[in-house]
Design a protein around this ligand. Sequence first.
Ligand code: NAP
Length: 286
Amino acid sequence: MKYMITGATGHLGQKVVAELNKLVPSRDIRLGVHTPKKAANLVAAGFDVAAIDYADTETLIQAFAGVDVLIYIPSLTYEVQGRINEFENTLTAMEKDRVKTIVDVSFFADQYNNPFQMAGYYAYLPARLASSHFQYAVVKNSLYADPLVPYLPELIERHNVIYPIGDQQMSFISRQDSAEAIAKVAVKEYLRDHGQNYLLTMKQNYSMDELAQIMSQVTGKKIGYVPVSLQEFADIYRSEGDGDELASMYKAAAMGLMNDVTDDFQHITGHEPQGMRDFLKENYHA
Ligand SMILES: NC(=O)c1ccc[n+]([C@@H]2O[C@H](COP(=O)([O-])OP(=O)(O)OC[C@H]3O[C@@H](n4cnc5c(N)ncnc54)[C@H](OP(=O)(O)O)[C@@H]3O)[C@@H](O)[C@H]2O)c1
């Protein structure tokens, strides 16, 4: 059985590579990389690395030859049509190479009324796959917990969490736990043989007061919760390039659309996901 992971040099992709390699030997894993120089360590580790560009179907056709199961990790393209085109090119290449199965990594902002700017892409995926003849599972992540770690120094300075979501809760999962679940879905046919749609979350969601309390305990610094407005949030982070996208996502959270909790992680892996307190304790180093 030949597995292929796209986005293999990315934050999530690297962890999926490591987790899949715990379950199958490197010779059965091919890695799709966008910028080959980022993959020097993977080549050195003996992986079969193929250069791909989601915008160039020919590169995908070459890379997918002989593959049985594709783990598709999308790019960070912040534009719905662009992301759909990348996905469609991938399906075209799968078709040409007779790749039977796709594990599609997605995000939980997929409801019809979700105002997140990328929600149209995430909503498109399950219906598109359902109308195809591929075997597939959609594995949706809740919010990555990981970016909270480098964000903590700023929150300590601000003395507050500022997410504009009022009294709503949000759901999180660590990239490490996400990667473990994705690898298990890929190797266990019964987990991906009837169009499953998973949502990976911790065992509970968190109100921002709860999150601030955990952050205070972990850092030893008083962090409270004083939400800014959506507009203020977008203005604060616009210079980093994605203020408006993020604000649209927190608008969804303020509507209660980002708080679902499931036991899918436990079902897939057989153990509990790491909770927020343990995750931050393990990863925050003052
Ligand atoms: N759950 C969440 O909270 C959350 C947060 C952020 C993102 N996400 C989603 O999770 C996915 C993975 O996130 P991540 O943090 O691992 O992102 P990342 O580190 O940016 O990884 C994306 C990967 O896609 C590759 N890529 C970019 N453009 C490509 C192209 N045209 N053709 C082929 N590959 C291309 C990148 O390679 P290069 O670096 O070489 O371009 C990189 O390896 C993203 O799609 C994003 O939508 C989820």
